[in-house]
Design a protein around this ligand. Sequence first.
Ligand code: CA
Length: 237
Amino acid sequence: MHDADTVHDRVLIVEDEPKIARLVADYLEGSGFTADHLDHGDAVLPWLETHSAEGQPPALVLLDLMLPGTDGLTLCREIRRRWPGVAIIMLTARVEEVDRLLGLELGADDYICKPFSPREVVARVKAVLRRSQAAPHAEADDGLVLDEEGWRALADGRDLELTAVEFQLLKVMMHAPGRIFSRDQLMDHMYRDHRIVSERTVDSHVKKLRRKIAEAWPEREVIRSVYGVGYKYQPGE
Ligand code: CA
Protein backbone atom coordinates (compact mmCIF):
# COMPACT_ATOMS: atom_id res chain seq x y z
CA MET A 1 0.00 0.00 0.00
CA HIS A 2 2.92 2.31 0.61
CA ASP A 3 4.84 3.68 -2.28
CA ALA A 4 6.73 6.87 -3.02
CA ASP A 5 3.52 8.64 -4.00
CA THR A 6 1.64 8.12 -0.77
CA VAL A 7 1.51 10.95 1.71
CA HIS A 8 3.91 10.49 4.59
CA ASP A 9 2.21 9.23 7.68
CA ARG A 10 1.78 11.92 10.26
CA VAL A 11 2.56 11.03 13.86
CA LEU A 12 1.54 13.33 16.67
CA ILE A 13 3.85 13.16 19.69
CA VAL A 14 2.23 14.32 22.92
CA GLU A 15 5.03 14.52 25.45
CA ASP A 16 5.98 17.19 27.96
CA GLU A 17 9.64 16.21 28.22
CA PRO A 18 11.24 18.16 25.36
CA LYS A 19 14.33 15.97 25.08
CA ILE A 20 12.33 12.78 24.66
CA ALA A 21 9.96 14.44 22.21
CA ARG A 22 12.82 15.80 20.10
CA LEU A 23 14.63 12.47 20.01
CA VAL A 24 11.52 10.52 19.00
CA ALA A 25 10.58 13.15 16.40
CA ASP A 26 14.06 12.97 14.86
CA TYR A 27 13.95 9.20 14.58
CA LEU A 28 10.44 9.20 13.12
CA GLU A 29 11.36 11.84 10.56
CA GLY A 30 14.48 9.87 9.74
CA SER A 31 12.19 6.94 8.93
CA GLY A 32 10.01 8.97 6.61
CA PHE A 33 7.25 10.04 8.98
CA THR A 34 6.00 13.56 9.49
CA ALA A 35 6.22 14.27 13.22
CA ASP A 36 4.31 16.94 15.12
CA HIS A 37 4.78 17.66 18.78
CA LEU A 38 2.52 19.00 21.52
CA ASP A 39 3.69 19.37 25.13
CA HIS A 40 0.40 20.19 26.86
CA GLY A 41 -2.64 17.93 27.26
CA ASP A 42 -5.09 20.77 26.68
CA ALA A 43 -3.71 21.40 23.21
CA VAL A 44 -4.37 17.91 21.86
CA LEU A 45 -8.10 17.82 21.10
CA PRO A 46 -8.17 21.30 19.47
CA TRP A 47 -5.14 20.28 17.37
CA LEU A 48 -6.88 17.10 16.24
CA GLU A 49 -10.07 18.98 15.45
CA THR A 50 -8.19 21.46 13.26
CA HIS A 51 -6.08 18.89 11.46
CA SER A 52 -8.98 16.50 10.90
CA ALA A 53 -11.08 19.35 9.52
CA GLU A 54 -8.23 20.10 7.11
CA GLY A 55 -8.10 16.46 6.06
CA GLN A 56 -4.70 16.01 7.73
CA PRO A 57 -5.39 13.83 10.74
CA PRO A 58 -2.42 11.96 12.15
CA ALA A 59 -2.20 8.24 11.44
CA LEU A 60 -1.02 7.70 14.99
CA VAL A 61 -0.69 9.52 18.30
CA LEU A 62 2.17 8.75 20.69
CA LEU A 63 0.54 9.73 23.93
CA ASP A 64 2.36 10.28 27.20
CA LEU A 65 0.34 9.26 30.24
CA MET A 66 1.39 12.04 32.60
CA LEU A 67 0.90 15.45 31.04
CA PRO A 68 0.21 18.97 32.20
CA GLY A 69 -3.46 19.80 31.58
CA THR A 70 -5.70 17.02 30.28
CA ASP A 71 -4.08 13.69 31.19
CA GLY A 72 -3.22 10.87 28.82
CA LEU A 73 -6.03 8.58 30.01
CA THR A 74 -8.73 11.13 29.27
CA LEU A 75 -7.13 11.99 25.94
CA CYS A 76 -6.90 8.34 24.94
CA ARG A 77 -10.60 7.82 25.61
CA GLU A 78 -11.57 10.97 23.74
CA ILE A 79 -9.40 10.24 20.72
CA ARG A 80 -10.73 6.70 20.53
CA ARG A 81 -14.30 7.93 20.74
CA ARG A 82 -14.02 10.82 18.32
CA TRP A 83 -11.38 9.61 15.86
CA PRO A 84 -11.60 5.80 15.83
CA GLY A 85 -9.34 5.62 12.78
CA VAL A 86 -6.38 7.21 14.59
CA ALA A 87 -4.02 4.68 16.17
CA ILE A 88 -2.74 5.33 19.71
CA ILE A 89 0.42 4.20 21.46
CA MET A 90 0.58 5.15 25.13
CA LEU A 91 3.91 6.07 26.70
CA THR A 92 4.12 5.26 30.37
CA ALA A 93 6.82 5.72 32.96
CA ARG A 94 6.45 2.36 34.66
CA VAL A 95 5.97 -1.23 33.58
CA GLU A 96 3.45 -1.77 36.37
CA GLU A 97 1.22 0.88 34.88
CA VAL A 98 0.68 -1.14 31.74
CA ASP A 99 -1.40 -3.77 33.53
CA ARG A 100 -3.55 -1.09 35.03
CA LEU A 101 -3.94 0.63 31.67
CA LEU A 102 -4.91 -2.60 29.97
CA GLY A 103 -7.54 -3.14 32.65
CA LEU A 104 -9.04 0.26 31.91
CA GLU A 105 -9.93 -0.81 28.36
CA LEU A 106 -8.79 2.48 26.94
CA GLY A 107 -8.51 1.08 23.48
CA ALA A 108 -4.87 2.06 22.92
CA ASP A 109 -3.21 -0.03 20.22
CA ASP A 110 0.02 -0.49 22.13
CA TYR A 111 1.96 0.64 25.19
CA ILE A 112 5.62 1.55 25.51
CA CYS A 113 7.40 1.87 28.84
CA LYS A 114 9.96 4.56 29.59
CA PRO A 115 12.84 4.59 29.30
CA PHE A 116 12.67 3.40 25.72
CA SER A 117 15.01 3.57 22.78
CA PRO A 118 13.79 5.75 19.93
CA ARG A 119 14.45 2.81 17.60
CA GLU A 120 11.98 0.72 19.56
CA VAL A 121 9.38 3.49 19.26
CA VAL A 122 9.79 3.65 15.49
CA ALA A 123 9.48 -0.14 15.23
CA ARG A 124 6.30 -0.15 17.32
CA VAL A 125 4.81 2.75 15.35
CA LYS A 126 5.43 0.87 12.12
CA ALA A 127 3.96 -2.35 13.51
CA VAL A 128 0.78 -0.63 14.72
CA LEU A 129 0.32 1.23 11.45
CA ARG A 130 0.88 -1.93 9.44
CA ARG A 131 -1.88 -3.54 11.45
CA SER A 132 -4.35 -0.67 11.20
CA GLN A 133 -3.64 0.15 7.56
CA ALA A 134 -4.17 -3.45 6.56
CA ALA A 135 -7.86 -2.82 7.24
CA PRO A 136 -9.13 -1.80 3.79
CA HIS A 137 -7.25 -4.74 2.31
CA ALA A 138 -8.76 -7.14 4.78
CA GLU A 139 -12.22 -5.82 4.02
CA ALA A 140 -11.81 -6.40 0.33
CA ASP A 141 -10.24 -9.84 0.71
CA ASP A 142 -12.86 -10.77 3.19
CA GLY A 143 -15.75 -10.08 0.82
CA LEU A 144 -17.41 -7.88 3.40
CA VAL A 145 -17.56 -4.32 2.11
CA LEU A 146 -18.88 -1.17 3.71
CA ASP A 147 -20.66 1.32 1.50
CA GLU A 148 -20.25 4.24 3.86
CA GLU A 149 -22.14 6.74 1.73
CA GLY A 150 -25.11 4.46 1.37
CA TRP A 151 -24.91 3.11 4.94
CA ARG A 152 -24.92 -0.42 3.56
CA ALA A 153 -22.79 -3.46 4.23
CA LEU A 154 -22.36 -5.98 1.44
CA ALA A 155 -21.32 -9.57 2.01
CA ASP A 156 -20.08 -10.95 -1.30
CA GLY A 157 -22.15 -8.27 -2.98
CA ARG A 158 -25.32 -9.01 -1.08
CA ASP A 159 -26.85 -6.17 0.98
CA LEU A 160 -27.10 -7.23 4.61
CA GLU A 161 -29.90 -4.70 5.18
CA LEU A 162 -28.50 -3.40 8.42
CA THR A 163 -30.20 -0.82 10.58
CA ALA A 164 -28.32 2.44 11.12
CA VAL A 165 -27.17 1.29 14.54
CA GLU A 166 -25.98 -2.10 13.25
CA PHE A 167 -24.14 -0.41 10.40
CA GLN A 168 -22.46 1.97 12.82
CA LEU A 169 -21.35 -0.91 15.07
CA LEU A 170 -19.92 -2.86 12.16
CA LYS A 171 -18.17 0.20 10.76
CA VAL A 172 -16.44 1.05 14.03
CA MET A 173 -15.19 -2.50 14.51
CA MET A 174 -14.18 -2.99 10.87
CA HIS A 175 -12.05 0.14 10.94
CA ALA A 176 -9.87 -1.46 13.59
CA PRO A 177 -9.73 -5.19 12.88
CA GLY A 178 -8.58 -7.21 15.86
CA ARG A 179 -9.10 -4.39 18.32
CA ILE A 180 -11.37 -5.26 21.21
CA PHE A 181 -14.09 -2.70 21.88
CA SER A 182 -15.80 -2.56 25.24
CA ARG A 183 -19.57 -2.18 25.29
CA ASP A 184 -19.05 1.36 26.57
CA GLN A 185 -16.92 2.28 23.60
CA LEU A 186 -19.42 0.76 21.19
CA MET A 187 -22.24 2.64 22.86
CA ASP A 188 -20.45 5.90 22.22
CA HIS A 189 -20.50 5.15 18.52
CA MET A 190 -24.03 3.82 18.25
CA TYR A 191 -25.93 7.03 18.71
CA ARG A 192 -24.94 10.47 17.62
CA ASP A 193 -26.85 12.07 20.45
CA HIS A 194 -25.19 9.89 23.10
CA ARG A 195 -28.45 8.82 24.59
CA ILE A 196 -28.12 6.49 27.52
CA VAL A 197 -28.49 2.83 26.66
CA SER A 198 -27.68 -0.23 28.68
CA GLU A 199 -24.94 -2.72 27.92
CA ARG A 200 -27.67 -5.21 27.19
CA THR A 201 -28.87 -2.97 24.36
CA VAL A 202 -25.40 -3.17 22.83
CA ASP A 203 -25.46 -6.95 23.12
CA SER A 204 -28.82 -7.18 21.45
CA HIS A 205 -27.74 -5.00 18.50
CA VAL A 206 -24.54 -7.00 18.11
CA LYS A 207 -26.55 -10.19 18.21
CA LYS A 208 -28.80 -9.00 15.38
CA LEU A 209 -25.79 -7.82 13.40
CA ARG A 210 -24.11 -11.20 13.79
CA ARG A 211 -27.27 -12.98 12.75
CA LYS A 212 -27.50 -10.96 9.54
CA ILE A 213 -23.86 -11.67 8.73
CA ALA A 214 -24.36 -15.34 9.55
CA GLU A 215 -27.29 -15.54 7.12
CA ALA A 216 -24.94 -14.45 4.33
CA TRP A 217 -21.96 -16.40 5.59
CA PRO A 218 -22.97 -19.30 7.79
CA GLU A 219 -19.42 -20.62 7.86
CA ARG A 220 -17.68 -17.50 9.10
CA GLU A 221 -17.78 -15.58 12.32
CA VAL A 222 -16.28 -12.14 11.80
CA ILE A 223 -17.68 -10.49 14.91
CA ARG A 224 -16.25 -12.25 17.93
CA SER A 225 -17.22 -11.71 21.50
CA VAL A 226 -14.37 -11.53 23.97
CA TYR A 227 -15.56 -12.82 27.26
CA GLY A 228 -15.84 -10.16 29.94
CA VAL A 229 -14.49 -7.42 27.70
CA GLY A 230 -16.50 -6.76 24.56
CA TYR A 231 -16.39 -7.43 20.85
CA LYS A 232 -13.97 -7.32 17.95
CA TYR A 233 -14.01 -7.66 14.20
CA GLN A 234 -11.78 -10.49 13.07
CA PRO A 235 -11.48 -10.79 9.29
CA GLY A 236 -11.68 -14.23 7.76
CA GLU A 237 -8.90 -16.68 8.36
CA1 CA B 1 5.14 13.27 31.09
